[in-house]
Design a protein around this ligand. Structure first.
Ligand code: TRP
Length: 434
């Protein structure tokens, strides 16, 4: 019924490099252009705090990463592009999830276990220098994903366990409080290149072997010139196998171009010439983006505007959903409590709210719930056929607000000024009166 929701987060530490571009940014931007998907890409700045306690670096990295994604072609009109810390529902949901997450589950998280193993190897206390933030990392990440009922989460291999934990946590919550969540699936793209760095190991900040994405042209040329090669002289045939230079070229070039370079290797191209070819090929792809990046970084307020617009879109989903979850766990307004019948007099009978079903010019079928005085309480999205719209109405009419979680994906955000509790109470009255 609903379209596929794809969500991924980008931790805002560091400066994007070619490996990030080829492995994550480029494929994600391409995927966001596909029809039939609704994409949510966000800057995981709460996650960044777990790894980094330098405010200026977090701030700078947020700017650079946001500008990089926009320069790489991410269209904020198509994709909800936002900053995690602009969505207060995420930490709120984190707590609701924390309360159903087994500590033992978190003990098994790779990142935490690796820290404990390092401490053991160094002869330290198991939890030396481990913050509760690192320990809770998977719960925060689960909240990121679950708050938007994302179906698919593109991630690197190292993150698969976190998605599995998000599923476990969601299932546990649903078991306790009824069906609310979509169980997300990790998507690991087997085709994207794992880019080697200057020294031939995986390109990674921790190896200090990266090529930053938007270096000025001449610096890019110098970096590429420092890629490690073997000592074969010009004229000697060269191996493509194990050649970092070749692999990086391949990640940017069309198959014919790669074939041409393979032939040049066999013919003994000089390393200096091969590096020049690589530089030209990469620069051809990056130069226009570099321009765009520079322009964006020069106007951070424009980036901020885009992020705020993205946050508003994201919250239109997360706010009503977390409200529903608060209800589910019992964080509820006291005004909703059924008043115990007092001896004195029976409560006055209230006129019942009603559903109206109708068809719009777009051909889709919608319904609304109106209070007895005509106030709009609920507005549905467009259903493809009247049967589905009618089914949703019937569920709400017979089961009252307990049917809301199932119907919620087909509902618009609450009308301005209408509290969830007003709607819940109206639905309950309708169900009780029916
Ligand atoms: N932990 C992810 C990483 O380091 C970033 C991230 C945070 C994320 N929240 C997320 C990825 C939610 C996917 C979904 O790569």
């Amino acid at each position: 019924m609903s379209i596929l929701r794809v969500l991924t987060g980008i931790t805002t530490t560091g400066t994007p490099h070619l490996g990030n571009y080829v492995g994550a940014i480029r494929p994600a931007v391409a995927a966001s252009r596909q029809a039939g998907v609704e994409s949510f890409y966000f800057l995981a700045d709460y996650h960044a705090l777990i790894k980094c306690d330098e405010p200026a670096r977090i701030h700078r990295s947020t700017l650079e990463i946001a500008a990089t994604w926009l320069a790489a072609g991410l269209d904020p009109a198509r994709v909800a592009f936002y900053r995690q810390s602009d969505i207060p529902e995420i930490p709120e949901l984190t707590w609701l999830l924390t309360c159903v997450t087994g500590k033992g589950l978190l003990n098994r998280a790779h990142a935490y276990k690796a820290a404990v193993d390092r401490n053991a190897a160094a002869g330290d206390e198991p939890d030396a220098d481990v913050t509760a933030g690192l320990f809770m990392y998977p719960v925060l990440m689960a909240a990121d994903i679950l708050a938007f009922r994302a179906h698919k989460v593109p991630v690197g291999r190292d993150q698969i366990q976190h998605i599995e934990m998000a599923r476990d946590i969601a299932a546990r919550f649903d078991h306790l409080y009824g069906e609310h969540f979509v169980l997300p699936e990790a998507v690991v793209d087997e085709d994207v290149a794992l880019l080697p760095g200057l020294d031939g190991r995986k390109m990674s900040k921790s190896y200090d072997n990266t090529i930053p994405l938007f270096l000025p042209r001449e610096e890019l040329r110098r970096r590429i010139a420092s890629i490690l090669t073997d000592s074969r002289a010009p004229g000697e045939p060269k191996d493509t196998e194990g050649s970092a230079l070749f692999q990086i070229f391949q990640a940017f070039a069309a198959p014919e171009e790669t074939d041409a370079l393979r032939n040049a290797y066999a013919d003994g191209i000089a390393w200096g010439d091969a590096k020049q070819l690589l530089f030209e090929r990469i620069d051809r792809e990056l130069a226009p983006m570099r321009e765009h990046y520079r322009a964006l970084v020069a106007e951070p307020a424009r980036i901020e505007d885009a992020l705020q617009a993205g946050a508003a879109r994201a919250r239109a989903i997360a706010t009503p959903f977390v409200r529903e979850l608060r209800q589910a766990v019992g964080l509820r307004s006291l005004a909703s409590l059924a008043v115990a019948p007092t001896a004195a007099k029976a409560p006055a009978r209230q006129a019942l709210p009603s559903f109206k079903q109708y068809r719009e010019a777009d051909g889709r079928f919608r319904f609304k719930l109106l209070d007895a005085d005509g106030t709009l309480l609920l507005q549905s999205r467009g259903f493809a056929n009247p049967r589905d719209a009618g089914g949703a109405i019937a569920a709400l009419r017979t089961s009252g607000d307990t049917a809301l979680p199932d119907v919620a994906p087909m509902l618009e955000a609450l009308p301005p000024g209408i509290e969830a509790e007003t709607v819940n109470a109206a639905l309950r009255r309708l169900a009780d009166g029916a």
